[in-house]
Ligand binder design. Structure first.
Ligand SMILES: Cc1ncc(COP(=O)(O)O)c(C=O)c1O
Length: 415
């Protein structure tokens, strides 16, 4: 049976997948089963920070797997201790880390931190923003501010309030049950929408005034993707240090790992927020395995050694400039930070296309780019995301923009 046939027969069809079976990758390139090459500007949705098959990851995987792969969290391991110290150092304000396996699970930890923090004063509600995305667990879809992810999975988990991304709306939603505000500093799935500095500062002040936690979901925008270790710095309000941060995606460069950080600050009960989740309150069998942590340490080391934060900022500027210079009538703008870039597109049709094709503009363009050898990720109906690895080269960015230019030359805007 072909790969397609095996999927159709044996894999639950919960994903709208592209018609492409990938067989291998190296750097910014992947190859399909027939040996055709594609430029990968998806990085497995902002995950493969070092691209495919990076030697530093191969080395860390091989060395650690020959020593100790998994122990559970019944015991201490050196890689977990070192990675926690390293991540805490990157935040620049002292806190402590809990390791999970994915982004949704990292956020679950933040929800539990918020509830535990609010419980003594009867507070449990978490305010999140419309357009946000926080994962596909039941609490994750309740937190997510998009109706489509909730549909058919009612009743929603109680205690989440989704509001428009304005300070007035958040303020109006705060009440004596509110424990925390959770935001993505740059909304990724929602269309690459950075929050602005004034809004983020306002959220920090609101949380301080009401004894609420400010939580950042940096699963997509954190740990280098924006050209900075801290995703919220891209909003222009680096001083708005949160009380909790979730990470996943880029942290393991492709090896599944998630984590959350809780700030070392006093709580109403007297202890530190970083110590609030005491023994027996939260756990996972796999989270923070020596193998995952050794790989994550190698990823962070490589980002530092190869100056990949600087490369991220430089390639970002190059892509923004080149995409803007295309002056295509189909492109409405490019936004984001670092290598988390979103191109807003107008509705369009292909020259010679007769009648509607039932696709969103983002999907229509993504499929054509794939045909022409460039992989990108849609975000919503009108945005395509460029998410190349942090070590993408200048020539690869030129190549991607050339494919985009030649493809857009086949399109005509509908309005
Ligand atoms: C901001 C954000 N939070 C959470 C998640 C969920 O992460 P995961 O798919 O690893 O559960 C995602 C995934 O796209 C995300 O972009």
């Amino acid at each position: 049976m072909t790969t397609d046939e095996l999927y159709a027969r044996h894999v639950i069809p919960s994903y709208g997948r592209f018609p492409l079976t990938l067989a291998r990758g190296a750097g910014t390139r992947v190859w399909d089963e027939d040996g055709r090459a594609y430029l990968d500007f998806t990085s497995g949705i902002a995950v493969n920070s070092l691209g495919h098959a990076h030697p530093a990851m191969q080395k860390a995987l091989a060395a650690q797997s020959a020593t100790l792969i998994h122990t559970s969290n019944l015991y201490l391991t050196r890689p977990q201790a070192e990675l926690a110290a390293r991540l805490d150092g990157l935040v620049g304000t002292h806190g402590k880390i809990f390791f999970s396996n994915s982004g949704a699970e990292a956020n679950e930890g933040l929800y539990k931190l918020a509830r535990k923090h609010g419980a003594p004063s009867g507070r449990h509600e978490i305010i999140t923003l419309e357009g946000s995305f926080h994962g596909r667990t039941l609490a994750g879809i309740a937190a997510t501010g998009q109706a489509k992810v909730k549909l058919g999975f009612e009743p929603p988990v109680a205690g989440f309030v989704n509001v428009p991304a304005t300070l007035e709306s958040v303020q109006a939603a705060v009440n004596d049950r509110t424990a925390a505000i959770l935001v993505e500093p740059i909304q990724g799935e929602g269309g690459v929408r950075p929050l602005d500095a004034g809004f983020v500062r306002g959220l920090r002040a609101l949380c301080d005034a009401h004894g609420m936690l400010l939580l950042y979901d940096e699963v997509q925008c954190g740990l280098g993707r924006t050209g900075d270790w801290c995703g919220w710095h891209a909003t222009g309000a680096p001083e708005a240090v949160p009380d909790g941060i979730s990470w996943a995606k880029g942290i393991g460069g492709g090896f599944p790992l998630g984590a959350f950080w809780a700030r070392d600050r006093a709580t109403a009960g007297g202890g530190s927020l970083a110590d609030l989740l005491g023994p027996g309150t939260h756990a996972t069998t796999y989270g923070g395995s020596p193998l995952a942590c050794a790989v994550a340490l190698a990823v962070l080391d490589t980002i530092e050694k190869e100056s990949l934060l600087a490369n991220t900022r430089e390639r970002s500027a190059q892509l923004r400039e080149a995409v803007t210079a295309l002056a295509s009538p189909v492109i409405r703008g490019i936004r984001g930070a670092g290598l988390l870039l979103g191109i807003e597109i107008a509705d369009f049709r292909w020259r010679g296309q007769t009648g509607p094709d039932g696709k969103t503009p983002a999907l229509r363009l993504t499929l054509k780019l794939l045909e022409r050898g460039l992989l990108v990720v849609p975000a919503g109906e009108t945005v395509i995301r460029l998410l190349p690895p942090l070590n993408v080269r200048a020539a690869e960015c030129d190549e991607a923009v050339t494919i985009l230019r030649d493809t857009l030359a086949l399109a005509e805007p509908l309005s």
